[in-house]
Ligand binder design. Structure first.
Ligand code: NAD
Length: 251
């Protein structure tokens, strides 16, 4: 089940956190991985080492997904040049710039929207043509429980992650006939560097909303990504799966 042998995955923001865990999980299932990172080459190198230790091929692809069409095309082109194809794209790179609505400035709004929403759009634009030619592909977008239910202090982040769900569903509808699926994962509170700085009271408030009562792990999220990436998920598209301990229960 969920054998990814012979597949190539491109994971954005894969130098740490959920991106790294997904890259390693794909490799464990047999995939080769293009490891995109923006700034920390050493950390990206650690992800690559872990993938190679699992006996799979990994290459580092530097690039900033918030840099619009040209920046994202450069990342996709570099991955295809290195591996010959990309079968699985994970739009994982994301940032937070939290502030209350009344205090949120243009820089905070723009930075989060350009990274968390425009980045996945331009990455999808760039990968769509080669995937359409191949008549197969898997696109996985990292949304968030905040995008499904809102979160005080995260107007920018919640709006971007909700927008990403709209992008996911539209991509799914437009590309289904070409054998390409597009799905989203909406994690709740997961222990990574992104959430390490969360004030204790905020983390407690989130776990109170979580029926499971504790934060998830990166591996919990990676397991959902492996499923969406697999051949077994061929008939599943336009879906949002909450890996959130039951925080959001959609119908
Ligand atoms: P993280 O901060 O540990 O990792 C994010 C990675 O993305 C970092 O390596 C960072 O350098 C990279 N990145 C940021 N901007 C980039 C850009 N413009 N171009 C390329 N890379 C860039 O965060 P994480 O917890 O691993 O989160 C990964 C994704 O999951 C994000 O989209 C985040 O919003 C989402 N998410 C995380 C949680 C959680 O609880 N950790 C919950 C819901 C959603």
């Amino acid at each position: 089940m969920f054998d990814l042998t012979g597949k190539v995955a491109l994971v954005t923001g894969a130098s740490r956190g959920l991106g790294r865990a997904m890259a390693i999980a794909f490799a464990a299932q047999g995939a080769d991985v293009a490891v995109n990172y923006r700034g920390n080459r050493d950390a990206a190198g650690e992800t690559v080492d872990a993938i190679r230790a699992a006996g799979r091929r990994a290459e580092i692809i530097q690039g900033d997904t918030s840099q619009g069409r040209d920046g994202c095309e450069a990342i996709v082109t570099a991955a295809i040049d290195a591996f010959g194809t990309v079968d699985i794209l994970v739009n994982n790179a994301g940032i937070t710039r939290d502030n209350l609505l009344m205090r949120m400035g243009a820089e905070e709004w723009d930075a989060v929207l350009s990274t968390n929403l425009s980045g996945p759009f331009w990455m999808t634009r760039a990968i769509a043509r080669p995937m359409m030619k191949a008549r197969s592909g898997r696109i996985i977008n990292m949304s968030s429980a905040a995008g499904r239910m809102g979160n005080p202090g995260q107007a920018n982040y919640a709006a971007a992650k909700a927008g990403l769900i709209g992008l996911t569903k539209t991509t799914a509808r437009e590309l289904a006939s070409r054998g390409i699926t597009c799905n989203a994962i909406a994690p709740g509170l997961i222990e990574t560097d992104l959430t390490a700085d969360l004030p204790e009271a905020a983390a407690e408030a989130i776990t109170t909303l979580t029926p499971m009562g504790y934060a998830g792990s990166a591996e919990d999220v990676a397991a959902a990504a492996v499923y969406f990436a697999s051949d077994e998920a061929r008939y599943v598209t336009g879906q949002v799966i909450g890996v959130d301990g039951g925080m959001v229960m959609g119908s």
